[in-house]
Design a protein around this ligand. Structure first.
Ligand code: MD6
Ligand code: FE
Length: 202
């Protein structure tokens, strides 16, 4: 445990299951192409490319961050979340409802992710569950206030990370990805899947 409420499960997804997730993601990306999100206000592009699976997807553009039911470029609904991903959620989330959204982050060539909080969801009682695929990344983790002390943990292919409880609103990001550390993705790089419960269950 790196912080109260954060759980790291190294190698939770075995190689065979990682390979079938990659196949499912290739299908999903055909239906919902990767897009480059823009920072609200500044319009600066993210260095990661993104897409989503599920009934809702997370998007960012000049108007802000939000969840929406359709792809921003094609306006078609996001592809369904693969069953294997829902099963991982069921095993680790300790939360009785399904996630509606699975954000797919694709890191290539020096892409990284600045420190941020995941707070666009209505229900912070649900954790955010992430699955790492491909090259190892340096994940940085802090407290709930920007500028506080931080620590790091390496996330390798097949690792699952759960941010729940007291850690749900902690700042976190990806400092760097170590190229050539995994053979999973033929083109190299890293994929991170984050599952989120968006709506408060009734
Ligand atoms: C990443 N992950 O690993 C970025 N968010 O590429 C996240 O932003 C994240 O890993 C919430 C919970 C777990 C995460
Ligand atoms: Fe996040």
């Amino acid at each position: 445990m790196i912080y109260d409420g954060v759980k790291h499960f190294p190698g939770f997804v075995n190689r065979e299951a990682q390979e079938s997730l990659v196949l499912a993601l290739r299908e999903a990306v055909l239906a919902a192409p990767l897009f480059i999100p823009l920072m609200p206000r500044t319009g600066r592009p993210f260095s990661v490319r993104m897409t989503n699976m599920g009934s809702l997807g997370w998007v960012s553009d000049r108007n802000g961050y939000r969840y929406q039911a359709a792809h921003p470029d094609t306006s078609t609904p996001w592809p369904a979340m693969p069953q294997a991903i829902l099963e991982i959620w069921q095993k680790v989330a300790s939360y009785p409802h399904r996630p509606e959204a699975c954000l797919v982050n694709f890191y290539q060539g020096g892409a990284k992710m600045g420190l941020h909080q995941d707070k666009d969801e209505e229900d912070f009682a649900a954790p955010v569950v992430s699955i790492s695929l491909g090259d190892t990344a340096l994940f940085r983790f802090g407290g709930t206030e920007r500028g506080g002390k931080t620590s790091t943990v390496k996330l390798a292919s097949g690792d699952v990370l759960v941010m729940g409880g007291n850690s749900r609103l902690c700042f976190h990001g990806i400092d760097r990805v170590y190229s050539g550390t995994s053979t999973l993705l033929k083109e190299g790089g890293r994929i991170n899947l984050t599952m989120r419960r968006v709506a408060k269950p009734n």
